[in-house]
Ligand binder design. Structure first.
Ligand code: G6P
Length: 613
């Protein structure tokens, strides 16, 4: 979603800002802009489309000296919410005087009321955005001190924000603040770089400060001073950024998505390493902060998430019920947060979020904390807001995920949920022998996934048969039902084929009416309990002319002759089978999208981290 970069140094601000924006491209956006201070003047360049278009625009409009000389600037990639992705709506936005420039992530909810008040005072607006209102409001509040002006303006807004503000009247400083939208400040040697995502900071420094909600910071090239919105100084510790710069490179792969699919065996090893105890037959997840007694008292597990993380939760639901004998349910975070959920101290809430910043999941965490539940995070990004606000939980250690379509985060989320369920199960009804057997199954996941990834070329050949279709159905049952949902999501995200995931039994309650000769049905037909029924559902589809692609267990003779194409995954435990099967569908979606010539890493309209409701 939207991205912020702001920079104060000695020179070269436009180049630094453009490089930072490129690092944020993976988040998804549809226009970009930057403003720099040049000889006491605010100079702005904006362009719809990609950062490359902004670069061309700035280089065409600005003389070389401006690129080399400017020492301060702010920049933004915008994912349209209020108004289409035009040049006028791109950030930065200026106040009425044109002296103050602002970039903003989040949504100013009371912008209409503020705008009409400001219009009455003579302010003239040039965009459809909520953000421009905040720029004008800061201008209205500016009586000689930019920090004060931003503080006063923020007191009047409702909604969420991460912002960076610069003024021609206050050279050499930038004000940044957050409420609900992340801001991280990188402290370099004679330079300070602010961003909404640490990815834009790597290459400059590893020393960072994460702002908390209601923090507002005044930065120069040498200093950072942070206060809260009530103007009280606050101390925020300096953290070390653990970010491997090579993670932000494609490393010889054509796309980040393909690279991340191939990284899965290693990512899964990192997620599992040191977390299985083969002697006691349990999982060692110290971040959960639970004693066996705490575990015994948990009467319900509530799994929260959005998108792919929600699908991981759906697999987890089966695991908690099966292994831990505990009532378990999955809730879409956006729905959960507004439905006045019934929660108490015996409910364990697991917030699943790769980024740890998804607005709805974060709000659901806050609601769960409020209601006194036992809340933990399952995040990939270390130090993310959900990880910090839950205070306990488990990190995935999957490494940075750049492709908008989530792959390695999903398989690591499922694997960690299996370990959580194993741990909970051992505190309840699972015997040591069963625990050891399951631990061995979980340990084998990286190898199962490696075997599936090795079939990439075979899957590419199959994909050619499906790339020309505009509709597809994915079916499965049991823990493979969420995999059907995830397979359909992957396909529609990156290939723009209309794909629906259904429980295999549900197809005949309506969707089967859409089957025609050749309609693709991708069936999770692994040799697991319930397979008989799924094979029956496949027959129903075949009878109506559908083209069947099966995900099957290697060596399973029961599926012979039932399918037009198949992808084999190694034999394994039914819960574990969800992981390699999902990988097969990731590769299928990837190769179909590639056959269709789609922009795989940055699909249209999508964002990596959804920081608005
Ligand atoms: C966006 C991304 C998805 C992701 C979802 C939840 O929609 O495009 O890939 O699954 O957000 O993100 P989270 O970071 O909370 O897992």
């Amino acid at each position: 979603m939207c991205g912020i970069v702001a920079y104060l140094g000695k020179s070269d601000a436009p180049s630094v800002l453009l490089n930072g924006l490129r690092r944020l491209e993976y988040r998804g956006y549809d226009s970009a802009g930057l403003a720099v201070m040049d000889g006491g003047r605010m100079v702005v360049a904006k362009a719809p489309g990609k950062v490359a278009a902004l670069n061309d625009r700035a280089r065409a409009d600005w003389p070389d000296e401006r690129f080399n000389r400017a020492a301060a600037g702010i920049a933004h990639t915008r994912w349209a919410t209020h108004g289409p992705p035009t040049e006028a709506n791109a950030h930065p936005h200026l106040d009425n005087s044109g002296d103050i420039a602002l970039v903003h992530n989040g949504i100013i909810e009371n912008y209409r009321a503020l705008r009409s008040r400001l219009e009455k005072l003579g302010h003239v607006f040039h965009s459809d955005t909520d953000t421009e209102v905040l720029a004008h409001l800061i201008g209205e509040c500016h009586h000689g001190d930019l920090f004060r002006a931003v503080c006063d303006a923020l007191h009047q807004v409702e909604g969420t924000y991460g912002i960076a503000v610069m003024s021609a009247r206050d050279p050499g400083k930038i004000i940044t603040a957050r409420c609900g939208s992340p801001i991280v400040i990188g402290i370099g040697d004679g330079e300070t770089i602010v961003a909404s995502d640490a990815a834009a900071i790597i290459g400059h420094t590893r020393q960072v400060i994460y702002l908390n909600d209601r923090d507002i910071a005044e930065i120069t090239a040498e200093t950072v001073s942070i206060r809260d919105l009530d103007n009280v100084p606050v101390d925020r510790e300096i953290a070390q950024l653990a970010f491997d710069a090579s993670a932000a490179e494609k490393g010889g792969f054509e796309h980040f998505m393909l690279k991340e699919i191939h990284e899965q065996p290693e990512a899964l090893r990192n997620a599992i390493r040191g977390r299985l105890d083969f002697h006691l037959g349990t999982a060692v997840l110290s971040g959960m902060g639970t004693s066996p007694r705490d575990l015994a008292e948990i009467s319900r597990v509530v799994l929260l998430g959005c998108g792919t993380s929600l699908h991981a939760g759906l697999v987890g639901e089966y695991a908690f019920e099966d292994l831990a004998d505990v009532h378990s349910e999955v809730q879409q975070a956006a729905e959960f947060r507004y439905r006045n959920p019934i929660l108490g101290p015996h409910d364990m809430v697991v917030a699943i979020s790769q980024s740890g910043e998804t607005a709805d999941t974060l709000a659901a965490v806050r609601e769960s904390n409020q209601k006194g539940a036992f809340v933990m995070g399952l995040c990939n990004v270390v130090g993310s807001t959900i990880a910090r606000e839950t205070g306990r939980g488990v990190y995935l250690h999957a490494g940075p995920e750049i492709s908008v379509a989530s792959t390695k985060a999903f398989t690591c989320q499922v694997s960690v949920l299996l370990m959580m369920a194993l741990k909970l199960g051992r505190g309840r009804r699972l015997s040591r022998e069963e625990g050891i057997r399951l631990a061995r199954e979980i340990e084998s996941i990286p190898d199962l996934v490696a075997a599936t990834v090795r079939q990439s070329d075979h899957i590419a050949e199959i994909a050619a048969h499906y790339a020309g279709h505009e509709h597809a159905f994915f079916i499965g049952r049991g823990p493979l039902y969420p995999v059907a949902l995830e397979g359909a999501l992957k396909l529609k995200e990156i290939s723009y084929i209309h794909a629906e995931g259904y429980h295999a039994a549900e197809l005949k309650h309506g969707p089967i009416a859409l089957l025609e000769k050749g309609t693709p049905v991708i069936a999770l037909a692994n040799a697991v309990p319930g397979q008989d029924k799924t094979l029956g559902n496949i027959e129903e589809c075949r009878a109506r002319g559908a083209r069947i692609l099966g995900i099957v267990t290697a060596g399973d003779s029961r599926v012979t002759g039932l399918m037009d194409d198949f992808i084999e995954v190694p034999p394994c435990h039914p819960l574990v089978a969800s992981v390699p099967s999902a990988v097969a569908l990731q590769l299928l979606a990837y190769h179909i999208a590639r056959h269709r010539g789609c922009e795989i890493d940055q699909p249209r309209n999508l964002a990596k981290s959804v920081t608005v409701e």
